[in-house]
Ligand binder design. Structure first.
Ligand code: AMP
Ligand code: ZN
Ligand code: FE
Ligand code: FE
Length: 303
């Protein structure tokens, strides 16, 4: 039997993906993915439906989350860096986790309304239109505004919306509350989950990891995060610039961190394809072994 295809990062309509959890899992099965993690932003609301479809479609589903977090510049000379922390196999009913998620989501709602208000000064857009694009109870994000801008022909694509209207250093952007990385790691660990830093080299985030040309420098930063309880790093991801990936991979291995790979599939909202990057079975087994919150349940057989 060939190696299982393991994709540990994907979104649904519970946050800013375009597939319902059921559609996502069906697409994963069709794409040849054997094990899929459902990792919506700041919510576990998509899990139940994904588990159900996983049973039907024969796809192993890992319950996960992509928690918003931030890293503050020690010198306070630069704005906070927004980082994403994947948390696998957390107990979704853990009180501390639930409370933190509610706080983040509520700040996200307020922040998105403010962004729409500011945009409305220059563009024909209303909160009602944006709200209509957010599934009930879903985590609200900038891609929901992008959808409306595309629908109304203000821009041609979601990417164009991000360049012209939604970028984090643009005039309409409003930041939202998120815990600092150290606290976010603690929240995931307290909920029994396995914290894995998502796409650490994407965009501005790479500045958090120090001198990316040096394996030693990256290992030093990663070692500090490992001391905080970080268990893994998402090394193989389309937004990690390819020239730096080998060095990141080595630095993470130096520190004993698990190295994952994944698609970060968002359905039609991003070009990412299911299974375009994957996690090796040995790294996945090591990850599952670290979880105390939830078991990984495969519909067919264990690895
Ligand atoms: P937010 O969570 O509201 O800060 O929005 C960030 C989300 O927007 C992330 O999940 C990204 O996947 C998505 N995103 C960021 N930049 C782009 C882009 N250029 N095109 C499409 N989606 C993007
Ligand atoms: Zn997203
Ligand atoms: Fe992310
Ligand atoms: Fe993501």
């Amino acid at each position: 039997m060939s190696e299982p295809v393991i994709d540990l990062h994907a979104h649904t309509t519970a946050s800013d993906g375009s597939d319902t959890p059921r559609q996502l899992v069906a697409h994963a099965a069709a794409a040849g993915v054997d094990i899929l993690a459902v990792t919506d932003h700041d919510t576990t609301a998509g899990w139940a439906e994904a588990f159900d479809e996983g049973q039907q479609a024969g796809v192993g589903i890992v319950g996960g989350i992509e928690l918003s977090a931030q890293i503050l510049d020690e010198t306070r000379s630069a704005p906070p860096l927004s980082v994403h922390l994947l948390g696998y196999l957390v107990d979704p009913d853990h009180a501390g986790l639930r409370q933190e998620l509610e706080t983040i989501r509520s700040h996200r709602d307020t922040r998105l309304r403010l962004m729409v208000e500011q945009l409305a000064a220059d563009v024909d857009i209303s909160w009602d239109e944006v709200e209509a694009r957010i599934s009930p109870g879903a985590t609200a994000g900038r891609p929901h505004i992008a959808d409306v801008l595309v629908d109304k022909g203000v821009v041609d694509t979601v990417s164009e919306a991000f360049v012209h209207y939604l970028s984090s250093d643009g005039p309409y952007h409003v930041p939202h509350y998120a815990p600092r990385l150290r606290r976010a790691i603690e929240i995931i660990r307290d909920a029994g989950g396995v914290p894995v830093l998502a796409h650490p080299l994407s965009g501005n985030r790479r500045f958090a990891i120090g001198d990316t040309s040096s394996r030693q420098a990256m290992a030093t930063v990663l070692a500090e995060w490992a001391d905080w309880g970080l268990v893994g790093v998402e090394v193989f991801h389309r937004e990690n610039s390819a020239d730096l990936v080998p060095t990141l991979d080595q630095a993470a291995a130096d520190v004993g961190l698990i190295r994952t790979g994944s698609s970060d599939f968002h359905g039609t909202k991003k070009p990412n394809r299911l299974g375009e990057h994957t996690t090796s079975p040995d790294q996945f087994e090591a990850l599952v072994a670290r979880a105390t919150g939830m078991a990984f349940v495969h519909p067919a057989s264990p690895l």
